[in-house]
Design a protein around this ligand. Structure first.
Ligand SMILES: [Zn+2]
Ligand SMILES: [Zn+2]
Ligand SMILES: [Zn+2]
Length: 363
């Protein structure tokens, strides 16, 4: 007999945390469970751990994106596009009510109302000229993937620009980070991401070097002041740490009886704290963006004190067998997965051919 728990579907959401009386600034907070801590493993590097036991179903993390881009086929038609204002990032479902950029820099740049656009002036101002100048030509010449990657880098640089030049003196030590001084925030956290030129294939790094030279040099229309090598390093870090955004979560294993896939990707983002989570093919965390595009982690199993907290870097319903999982992780994240599940599914190193030995009866 199957227990009723098999049909249970845990959902990563913060909807219950948001009260209708909360204003925008209340809602745009990150939140870290007091029992979630950062540590450094000699082999795997930085990771998330539970300092004390955590129960299945507990909310562990709500992380605000540092930068986010929409990934949709037809922006004018799409109901999945998000407001460009980082303080909002809500779904802008009905095209009629959208506010676009007066320069028409890109069809994907929309806000849900004029005040959202107004308060996003400094950030969007940083990317607007670049988009207008390059979006169409990069797309036609190098395709959607490279365009998305370059735009995400430009949006990281835009957030950095706002942080360095337009933010009031840091309020990073607000209540949410008070107990978590070990977690970096903002640009500091992005800079300490893992990933370097050494972790990628030479041909890949050469391609990115060319793109940086052509499209991401510091100039009056993209005044970031960084060297080409620093921007290249940022790409290496972003590619190793960014999240695809999907409407539904992944992270329950063994797969529930009627497992549902994550659905179609609608965005890509960079999350300062969520990026610390390593991968496991049998993770103890489910993750999904909430309705303000914050990354939400919920425990999918009971987690013991000291245990590492892992997410799955891919949709667990989509890549099931060992080879498919390892090929994907090697190709996209540059590591051979040695999680408990992968190791347990490895074929035995060498099948001992017992038949080759004569049995006692033969003598
Ligand atoms: Zn908005
Ligand atoms: Zn614009
Ligand atoms: Zn694995």
């Amino acid at each position: 007999m199957q227990s009723p728990i098999a049909a249970e579907r845990l959902v990563a959401t913060t909807d219950h945390l948001i009260r209708p009386d909360q204003n925008l600034s209340d809602r745009q907070q990150s939140w870290i469970h007091p029992r979630l801590s950062q540590s450094v493993d000699p082999i795997k590097g930085r990771q998330l751990r539970a300092s004390q036991p955590v129960q299945k179903g507990e909310l562990l993390l709500v992380d605000l994106p540092y930068a986010l881009i929409p990934v949709v086929d037809c922006p004018e038609q799409s109901d999945d596009i998000r407001c460009s204002n980082p303080a909002c990032h809500r779904r802008v479902a009905r095209p009629v009510e959208r506010v676009s950029c007066p320069t028409r820099c890109s069809a994907e740049v929309v806000w849900c109302n004029p005040s959202c656009r107004e308060s996003d002036n400094a950030r969007h101002g940083f990317e607007c000229t670049w988009l207008k100048k390059y979006a169409v030509s990069i797309r036609s010449k190098w395709g959607e993937y490279d365009f998305g990657m370059l735009w995400l880098i430009v949006r990281i640089l835009a957030s950095r620009h706002v942080e360095l030049h337009h933010s009031p003196p840091s309020d990073n030590t607000g209540p949410d980070h008070f107990h978590h001084s070990s977690f970096g925030t903002g640009w500091n956290a992005i800079q300490s991401f893992c990933g370097s030129q050494d972790s990628w294939a030479h041909s890949q790094v050469r391609h990115w070097t060319m793109l940086v030279k052509k499209y991401l040099g510091s100039s009056p229309s993209l005044p970031h002041g960084m060297t080409a090598n620093e921007v290249l390093n940022l790409i290496c870090q972003e590619e190793a740490n960014s999240f695809g955004l999907y409407p539904r979560e992944t992270g329950t294993f063994p797969l529930p009886e009627h497992a549902v896939d994550r659905g179609e990707q609608f965005g890509a983002g960079v999350y300062p704290t969520a990026a610390l989570a390593n991968h496991s093919c049998s993770p103890n965390i489910i993750h999904k963006p909430d309705n303000q595009s914050r990354m939400v982690f919920v425990a999918s199993k009971d987690i013991a004190a000291g245990e590492e907290c892992c997410i799955s870097y891919f949709d667990l319903t989509k890549k099931v067998d060992l080879q498919a999982r390892r090929d994907h992780l090697q190709g996209s994240f540059r590591f051979v997965c040695k999680c408990d599940r992968c190791v347990s599914e490895e074929p035995p190193e060498e099948e001992v051919q017992w038949d080759a030995f004569p049995s006692m009866e033969d003598f």
